[in-house]
Ligand binder design. Structure first.
Ligand code: ACO
Length: 428
């Protein structure tokens, strides 16, 4: 039965349609509210605003559920490869054996980055953050593949762009790391799978082969799957809103990378390790830092704790915590920062302040720890997140485009000066 919501404004009643999703989530459709009443709605940070309907990811923050195209994240993380998940998100169904082979084959064909782009790296300072390098390199792809700028989006051209992006992002990421040390770049090796190839480009040297540890490659595969999509988060909404102006996919993804970089979003995994290091250098007194996080006059927050939508637990954090324990045990890692992380997790989980506000460790808390154990450099953590999130961004951009969604353009309530006359500079 279709529902209607009623709103009473200045004693006049207005009916508003209710939209119901396939998991019985309800929304009041206010898209015509201004036309009929002159009112808009206001919701800073879009905490309670649905920007779109979407068939890609279902998330229930209260129950801790996350599914991609209906498949529980727990099953995908336990059984699938990142390539299967990428295909699932972008094309809607899990690939059969032939589809997977074709998809993987096409990704492998596009792993090389144009030789002219290699020269761009020389211009970056050695200390350039790899997220800055990644976003500008991805944006530059649009100049190397100008056909991507054509807003007449035929599916063959879009597919080529999608495959190029998925194929080239690990190459760019690994090269930005090599460049930060002024080490020679390692070219992709197409007999390796996606995760192995990335590890090889990161850690092999022309003088020395790199033995790919299957435990590490598996952990990377799982981490990428866990990060692959998360419905309308900050970076994904950025990709959709940039793409809604008919900007090309490369530019939209580049904008998503920039949004992800922030410490309140994907940048948190790097900040977790920096915070643990700070606590360690300060003597390792975890209680002191928990008190600082609770002090409203102190801007310090416990990085890796809290989430906008998960108010019970983060299902990704649950999976990754287990994987983190396994990897640390298998690799025999002994690191004082990991001890601090464990203490911090325990103290915060038992503290009333954190319990009352439903602040639990999020995916970034554990992913930072696990990346450190895998010897991924700290500045590369958010880049790892970007590689994982890429299929989700692409799927969301593609859905938005195929649905012909209008350009994103929120409104505002103006709170500045009223009309006033210009005063000449000499009289001010
Ligand atoms: N440490 C201490 N207090 C916190 C923390 C934290 N990490 N997170 C939230 N709080 C407190 C706030 O001060 C606020 O307290 P109050 O009600 O007394 O004012 C309350 O909890 C609610 O916090 P908000 O900032 O309103 O929650 P919001 O949903 O806007 O923010 C966010 C969510 C940004 C993730 C926040 O919890 C945070 O800053 N966490 C640390 C950064 C982080 O780990 N980000 C990664 C998120 S996961 C991801 O992007 C993949």
């Amino acid at each position: 039965m279709s529902q209607t919501a009623k709103i009473v404004l200045n004693e006049n009643e207005h009916d508003l349609p209710v939209v119901t999703g396939s998991e019985n989530e309800n929304a009041i459709d206010i898209s015509k509210l201004r036309a009929s009443t002159g009112y808009i709605t206001i919701d800073p940070g879009y905490k309670n605003t649905g920007a779109t309907t979407s068939a890609i990811t279902f998330l229930d923050g209260e129950k801790g559920i996350l599914r991609y195209r209906g498949y529980p994240i727990e099953q995908l993380a336990a059984n699938a490869s990142f390539m299967e998940v990428a295909y699932l998100l972008i094309y809607g169904e899990l690939p059969n054996a032939v589809e997977l082979q074709l998809f993987e084959g096409s990704i492998k064909r596009h792993t090389l980055v144009h030789e002219d782009m290699k020269r761009f790296f020389e211009a970056y300072p050695a200390k350039a953050h790899p997220m800055g390098v990644l976003s500008s390199m991805v944006s530059s792809f649009a100049t190397f593949y100008p056909e991507s700028q054509n807003p007449d989006r035929n599916s063959e051209a879009i597919n080529l762009t999608i495959h190029r992006l998925i194929a080239k992002l690990p190459t760019l990421a690994a090269w930005s790391y090599k460049n930060s040390m002024r080490h020679p770049f390692m070219y992709p090796k197409n007999h390796l799978n996606y995760c192995e190839n990335f590890l090889n480009m990161m850690f092999a040297m022309p003088t020395e082969d790199y033995n790919i540890d299957p435990v590490i490659a598996d952990a990377i595969n799982k981490l990428l799957i866990l990060h692959a999509d998360h419905e309308q988060n900050c970076s994904t909404s950025t990709v959709r809103i940039v793409g809604s102006s008919q900007a090309n996919l490369y530019s939209s993804i580049s904008a998503g990378i920039c949004a992800l970089w922030g410490p309140l979003h994907g940048g948190a995994n790097q900040k977790v390790i920096e915070m643990l290091l700070k606590i360690h250098i300060d003597g390792g007194n975890v209680d002191k830092w928990v008190e600082k996080a609770k002090d409203k006059n102190d801007p310090f927050r416990l990085m890796g704790f809290g989430h906008r939508v998960y108010k019970n637990f983060d299902p990704r954090a649950k999976i990754i915590k287990k994987s983190c324990d396994d990897v640390l045990e298998k690799l025999g890692v002994d690191d004082p920062l990991l001890d601090i992380a464990k203490k911090l997790e325990k103290v915060a989980l038992e503290d009333e302040y954190f319990k009352e506000r439903n602040l639990y460790p999020n995916v970034d808390f554990y992913s930072g720890i696990i990346y450190k154990a895998l010897r991924i450099p700290t500045e590369m953590f958010t880049v790892m997140f970007a590689i994982g999130r890429l299929p989700g961004w692409i799927a969301q951009w593609k859905e938005m485009t195929e649905n012909g969604e209008p350009i994103g353009r929120p409104r505002q309530i103006y709170t500045g000066h009223g009309n006033r006359d210009y005063v000449d500079v000499a009289k001010r």
